[in-house]
Design a protein. Structure first.
Length: 310
């Protein structure tokens, strides 16, 4: 990456990961019932497919696929894990858009799932994606080694649950009602849970599938943590600055809702500096990896997380 322009290699690998994730999600969400299932209700499956297919940057699958590749791991199992993580992400978007939460009409440039299929279906779509993610990870098609599958299931549950993504969402809701605006430390903690935990696990999952040793696992965990923080601060800045058409969702909603963002806590310039420092921290965490296209592409992902336009 030079002068903020992503390299051809980064763009090619991003497109490749997005395509692999799309293909895998498409086949996992096929109409045929799996062994142990009875029937996949056709109209409901359409709603699940609407929520999971045909949109999004697929950044989490990219992180899993590229991290696994650092250790020579690739193929169906890695793509299945990447798709499972993306399902958790898609479910969080569907539920977050509901009238009881953000009450949004637009997501990924299209009507939100509850707008297109009704609120009851949207709740159930989120539930179905959440449940299916763990089904996929527990299946031996994802990895022949049961210990590896348990590590994936455990890691995803911890990152997406009470003390991770959901807990972060709860803190976010509480912040809207708080009498005083949150300071930067509280904002960073909330964001590390709400957004950071799943992004970090997307990296961890690649390391688990790649059977990475402890020092590499630690380095990647530091990378994932810093990248996740930079990604969310970029989101806060985009909410203030970005064009709604490019974002594919409503912009300018944080200020109106008293949202706990780093822009609100520190101002836009300091938020930008923090975002860029975190991207540098993420890159530094990968220093111990041998130079080469694989580590370089992950380092570029940290730039992308910070400099993204949507
Ligand atoms: C389970 C209700 C519920 C919420 C959990 C993650 C989350 C909390 C809510 C999702 C809404 C949101 C704005 C979260 C912040 C994280 C974020 C920037 C999401 C958007 O991720 P992108 O930019 O989206 O990767 P695409 O569409 O590209 O996949």
């Amino acid at each position: 990456m030079t002068d903020g322009v992503p390299s051809a290699e980064f763009r090619a690998r991003g497109a490749e990961a997005a395509e692999s994730a799309e293909r895998m999600l498409d086949s996992l969400l096929a109409p045929t019932a799996l062994p142990g299932e009875t029937l996949r209700p056709p109209r409901f499956l359409e709603a699940v497919r609407y929520a999971a297919l045909g949109g999004g940057k697929r950044f989490r699958p990219f992180l899993t696929i590229e991290t696994a590749r650092l250790f020579g791991a690739s193929g169906t199992g890695v793509c299945r894990a990447a798709a499972a993580i993306e399902m958790i992400h898609c479910y969080s978007l569907v539920h977050d858009d509901l009238p009881a939460l953000d009450n949004d009409d637009l997501r990924r440039g299209r009507p939100t799932t509850h707008r297109a299929f009704g609120e009851a279906n949207a709740i159930l779509v989120g539930d179905a994606l959440l449940t299916y993610a763990f089904d996929i990870l527990a299946d031996e098609a994802t990895d022949p080694d049961p210990q590896t599958r348990i590590a994936l299931v455990f890691g995803l549950a911890r990152s997406a649950g009470i003390g991770g993504m959901i807990g972060g969402q709860v803190l976010d809701l509480e912040a809207e009602e708080a009498p005083q605006p949150h300071g930067p430390e509280d904002v960073m903690r909330l964001q590390a849970m709400k957004t950071g935990a799943l992004l970090r696990f997307a990296v961890d999952a690649g390391a688990i599938l790649g059977r990475a040793k402890a020092p590499a696992r630690d380095a990647l965990s530091r990378f994932g943590r810093a990248l996740g923080a930079a990604f969310q601060i970029a989101d806060d800045i985009l909410d203030v600055e970005a064009d709604e058409a490019l974002l594919g969702k409503r912009a300018g909603k944080d200020a109106g809702r008293n949202k706990a963002t780093l822009v609100a806590a520190l101002g836009i310039e300091a938020a930008r500096q923090t975002r860029d420092r975190l991207a540098q921290e993420a890159i530094a965490a990968l220093e111990s990896f041998p130079e080469g296209a694989n580590a370089t592409v992950l380092k570029e992902a940290a730039f992308f997380a910070a400099a993204r336009k949507n």
